[in-house]
Design a binder for this molecule. Structure first.
Ligand SMILES: Cc1ncc(COP(=O)(O)O)c(C=O)c1O
Length: 390
């Protein structure tokens, strides 16, 4: 493994700036995830774009994406002129439901995107067998799930293609960056031809496609950020896992907040600590009580109910360039009741509470006292969304 260089001068003077450092980083990351090929990209979004293109998604095709997700998979589907078909989540989980996926598959379906939202692995065995049965591609979006496993196998190693993000706030970050990975020779070759510099194509021995759409991972970011972050990753994951466990244990003593557990046989990435309250009204009250006690809690962020978001975007005319507006209007009307119910009951506790005995005790006290109280005085705080203010 490459060692991290100490100063910017060293970085610029080093012969490592260029293909060497990125290629080495790609090998390291592919090995970590247990796949054959990895290619750096400028972002997780671009990784998803190349993933869908490499598996053959074209104008007019359908791609099944989670109704509850970050925008990226649906956005790249739209930019390819394809139709995002929203599948519901599993009951009380943030992950795509294989049952709902099966209901949404048609002859036009080209791919299924499985996003391991908040670090919770999707039901990969079921999704894998659906993809195989209907001969559609399975793409994993692992942007929020570094270090998660499903039946002992790392996320990223189940799909035909998998994508990661190294954007701000991710467990491994260089400010902006991403990775696209596959085990399949033909898909790897397509990605090289679609997304890399002709010189790299030559160096890797494939037929040159001079019309590639480059969107590379910056080697400087690899040297000054990712290598340093990489050295600290296991320590960081362990610390966060311990904090998650302590928080889960504290919540298990109460009835008000239930820690959201990963599906059986899966290990969550310690990305977000998600808990569920019994009702929508209660969520607001619990959040206000925790804020009043100076305990950092927020509404779920990093995911949206996408049919609603797409409907609003269509209404504003911002998708004027899409070739099938009528089909998009139909796509937003598919019901996704589990995803709606999940959003109404889920909240995110700052995992750092789990490192702080005093804060943990305060949390326990508030939650224990909760059922005895009739109502909680409003603090005037608005429900916060979209941003790690914790
Ligand atoms: C689930 C998910 N997918 C994709 C992305 C896109 O990654 P990027 O911001 O690097 O483009 C994100 C970013 O937050 C994400 O959370």
């Amino acid at each position: 493994m490459l060692t991290q260089l100490e100063t910017l001068e060293e970085v610029f003077e080093s012969a490592l700036v260029g293909r060497g450092v990125v290629a080495e980083w790609e090998r390291t990351f592919a090995e970590y995830c247990g796949v054959k090929y990895a290619f750096g990209t400028s972002s997780g979004t671009m990784a998803l774009y190349f993933a869908l293109k490499a598996v053959g998604v074209k104008v007019g095709d359908e791609v099944i994406v989670p109704a509850l997700d970050w925008y990226a998979a649906a956005a790249v589907t739209l930019h390819l002129g394809a139709i995002p078909v929203f599948a519901d989540t599993e009951p009380n989980l943030p992950t795509i439901s294989p049952l709902s996926v099966q209901e949404r598959i048609t002859v036009r379906t080209k791919a299924i995107v499985a996003t391991h939202l908040f670090g919770y692995p999707c039901n990969m065995p079921a999704l894998r067998s659906l993809a195989d049965r209907y001969k559609v591609a399975l793409i994993e979006d692992c942007a929020q799930a570094l270090g998660a496993t499903c039946h002992g196998k790392k996320v990223g190693a189940w799909g035909d293609v998998a994508c990661f993000s190294f954007g701000v706030g991710k467990l491994l970050s260089c400010g902006e960056g991403g990775m696209i990975m596959t085990d399949q020779d033909d898909i790897a070759e397509r990605i090289l031809a679609l997304a890399t510099h002709p010189l790299r194509q030559e160096w890797q021995g494939i037929e040159i496609n001079p019309f590639a759409l480059r969107s590379p991972l910056n080697p400087i970011a690899v040297i000054i950020c990712l290598l340093r972050e990489w050295e600290q990753l296991e320590k960081r994951l362990t610390e966060r896992r311990e904090a998650f466990e302590r928080l889960s244990a504290a919540l298990a003593e109460t009835k008000v907040l239930r820690p959201l557990l990963p599906r059986e046989g899966c290990r969550q990435s310690p990305y977000r600590f998600v808990a569920l309250v019994p009702s929508k009204r209660m969520k607001r009250l619990v959040m206000e009580a925790l804020w009043a006690a100076n305990l950092p809690v927020s509404d779920v962020f990093g995911a949206k109910l996408l049919p609603n978001e797409l409907a609003e975007t269509l209404r504003k005319g911002q998708l004027y360039w899409h070739p099938f507006p009528d089909r998009l209007a139909t796509a937003v009307s598919l019901p996704c009741p589990n995803a709606e119910a999940f959003l109404a009951q889920a909240l995110v506790l700052d995992w750092r509470i789990g490192l702080d005995d005093e804060a943990l005790n305060r949390l326990r006290e508030i939650l224990r006292g909760w059922s005895a109280r009739k109502s909680v005085k409003s603090t005037g705080n608005e429900v916060k969304e979209d941003g790690d203010h914790l």
